[in-house]
Design a protein around this ligand. Sequence first.
Ligand SMILES: Nc1ncnc2c1ncn2[C@@H]1O[C@H](COP(=O)(O)OP(=O)(O)OP(=O)(O)O)[C@@H](O)[C@H]1O
Ligand SMILES: [Mg+2]
Length: 375
Amino acid sequence: MTTSTATDARPAVLAEGLYKAFGETKALDGVDLRVDRAKVVGLLGPNGAGKTTAVKVLTTLIRPDRGRAFIDGIDVVAEPMRAKARIGLTGQYAAVDERLTGFENLEHVGRLFHMPRSEARERGRELLERFDLVESADRVVKGYSGGMRRRLDIAMSLIARPSVLFLDEPTTGLDPRSRQSVWELIEELVRGGTTTLLTTQYLDEADRLADEIVVIDHGRVIARGTSDELKTTLGGDVLEVTVAPDADVERVVAALAGLACGEITVGAVGAVGGTGSTADVHGDKVVVVPVLKVEHMVPVVVRALDAAGVAFSDVAGRQSTLDDVFFAITGHAAEDASDTAETSPKGKSGKAAAKAAKQGKQGKQTEQMTKEAGR
Ligand SMILES: Nc1ncnc2c1ncn2[C@@H]1O[C@H](COP(=O)(O)OP(=O)(O)OP(=O)(O)O)[C@@H](O)[C@H]1O
Ligand SMILES: [Mg+2]
């Protein structure tokens, strides 16, 4: 963007050991963060996790008690004004002025950034066009829908062409269509090279938008990685083979041992978060095989079982979701579990999967959490 060059190797955002307490509450308890240029980091966590506090520290709105943070290498505590000039912020609560029109809001923000009036107006028109708000430009914001307000709010944070954009829960409270349009907008900004740190409670949002996901709870980072990495290490895909009550389970396990990436477990159908398709068959058992990637595995399993000459009644594959991951590392479902189920095709199986994840992945959770705690 205007304030940094593509060859600049410094991370766009760097935070080390951020600590912030409000009375007894440790809102941030040693948070490290890094966002590389033109990447998206998703800060994921439930209510009260410390997301907004992290954003406020990084955008110079509050000072950390301890720790350091840099925007494009500029120390946010030592040089807040210089850091601020690089930043665009869309806060958790809309900053639009309801009494002004969309165009006037943009012009007003431009003027706050000391732009000459003509430049503020030109930039405002450009952003209205880009955010599909031209038709509503001259209407007062009071009559805007939630999605339109959010788009205007994001447009306002881009007026001064920031190099780093902070979006605090950009789609909370929006209906699925508006969420979709905000997501597309963010994706377009990222394609254009804007570095973005976004906070969210929505697993599907982090999954879709973020290059890297940092999960926080109680002010501490409890996991980080790409969506795939988190799913693989903490959620994990599984294959479920349903067998009759009198089946030779040991032979089934032996036949599938070569495919597993972890310990194979055996339980009663329904007790291990199965798909439910055979849950009504009394006394059936389900053999749960953890695998790295479940795709294309079902025929392989069927062939292996046939070759071993063992009987089975069903084979099903189940992909892990970020719901599994969240459940596995926090011990509770994401705050918006029901919302996610509505908007994500993966959401429903996620809840059942979370149960299995809790039962089957305890060892890995502890390992990952220990790793994070020692950072
Ligand atoms: N100004 C404040 N005074 C007192 N406590 C605060 C203040 N700001 C935040 N907190 C507390 O710090 C913790 C972290 O709050 P924060 O707003 O950062 O969470 P969050 O992850 O953004 O949550 P949400 O998803 O609800 O927006 C909470 O326990 C909150 O009550
Ligand atoms: Mg918040």
